[in-house]
Ligand binder design. Structure first.
Ligand code: CA
Length: 228
């Protein structure tokens, strides 16, 4: 079943959307403000998020930006209001997939939802061919799942992100500085020491023998290399 999260502070809007989307056959969850929305996005695996821009506690733009920064790729449609000075281009730059201006017709919204879901399905199908095996784990970067034999292994979004980053550069040496800049971003205060600890933890999940790693190798004085 396709799960949609509605983040919207106006009760009538929220309930109207909920009823109509459920009628369309979607499973619907909702959040009343940006902070609750962000928490729910982190904890659940939604297929799509309808995100109002003007929200109490945390704006839709900030939710969108944070979600993308954390590597969560769930499609987002922004709900913007006419007359609000909102730069739609900014929303798309922050990682939203589409936007709908209020007041919108339900038909228009459903059409957008279907288009966005279709696009995200296409992307998933492309990447699904690439479910990879790394050491002890079978990893799927689209569904964010990792299995050791048939047991699911819990990994954070950041761990998936780092692994995906190294995987895309397999057999290349990646410096700590580059990893830090590209995955955590420059405005986050993290030291290269934190990265070393992060890699140690990651190895415990992947490597059969963490004392003699065979997947994520240390390149002394520089950084790391994923070998496959
Ligand atoms: Ca609002």
């Amino acid at each position: 079943m396709i799960k949609i999260l509605i983040v919207e502070d106006e009760p009538s809007m929220r309930l109207g959307l909920k009823d109509n989307l459920e009628f369309e056959g979607y499973e619907v969850d909702f959040a009343e403000d940006g902070v609750i929305g962000l928490e729910k996005i982190r904890e659940n695996n939604y297929n799509l998020i309808l995100l109002d821009v003007m929200l109490p506690n945390m704006s839709g733009f900030d939710v969108c930006k944070t979600v993308r920064k954390e590597g969560i790729k769930t499609p987002i449609i922004l709900l913007t209001a006419k007359g609000e000075e909102i730069d739609k281009v900014l929303g798309l730059e922050l990682g939203a997939d589409d936007y709908v201006t209020k007041p919108f017709s339900l038909r228009e919204l459903i059409a957008r939802i279907k288009a966005v879901l279709r696009r995200s399905d296409d992307i998933k199908n492309e990447v699904n061919d690439n479910e990879i095996t790394l050491g002890k784990l079978k990893i799927n970067f689209v569904n964010y799942t990792a299995f050791e034999n048939s047991e699911e292994v819990q990994m954070s979004h950041k761990e998936y992100e780092v692994l995906n980053y190294l995987w895309k550069r397999k057999n290349e040496t990646v410096s700590r500085d580059k990893l830090l800049k590209d995955v955590w971003g420059e405005d986050v205060y993290i030291t290269t020491r934190t990265i070393d600890n992060f890699i140690l933890k990651l190895r415990q999940k992947i490597e059969s023998d963490t004392k003699h790693p065979k997947i994520i190798l240390t390149v002394h004085g520089i950084g790391y290399k994923l070998v496959n």
